[in-house]
Design a protein around this ligand. Structure first.
Ligand SMILES: [Zn+2]
Length: 81
């Protein structure tokens, strides 16, 4: 009796795992498109140069003021001109 239950349990587990794998392969398509923008954003992230100290930093971390990039708030206040 217990062998039968054990067998059913293994079969159920196998079916569950297969279904889970199939479900994952199906959901990866909408997920990849949904997160595609974020991925492309990370790949497309360019380095910019601070107008005050000429240090290079990721564009997402830079401050854009009047068309110029700055590495910190302090350098925005200390404009070269
Ligand atoms: Zn700077």
């Amino acid at each position: 009796m217990w062998k039968l239950i054990f067998l059913v349990l293994i079969v159920w587990l196998a079916i569950t795992i297969v279904k889970h794998m199939l479900a994952n392969s199906d959901t990866t398509k909408p997920n990849s498109t949904a997160t595609g923008n974020d991925n492309s954003h990370q790949h497309a992230e360019s380095m910019v140069q601070c107008s005050a100290c000429q240090v290079h930093l990721p564009r997402s971390e830079a401050f854009l003021v009047e068309g110029k990039f700055y590495c910190s708030q302090a350098h925005i206040d200390h404009k070269p001109d």
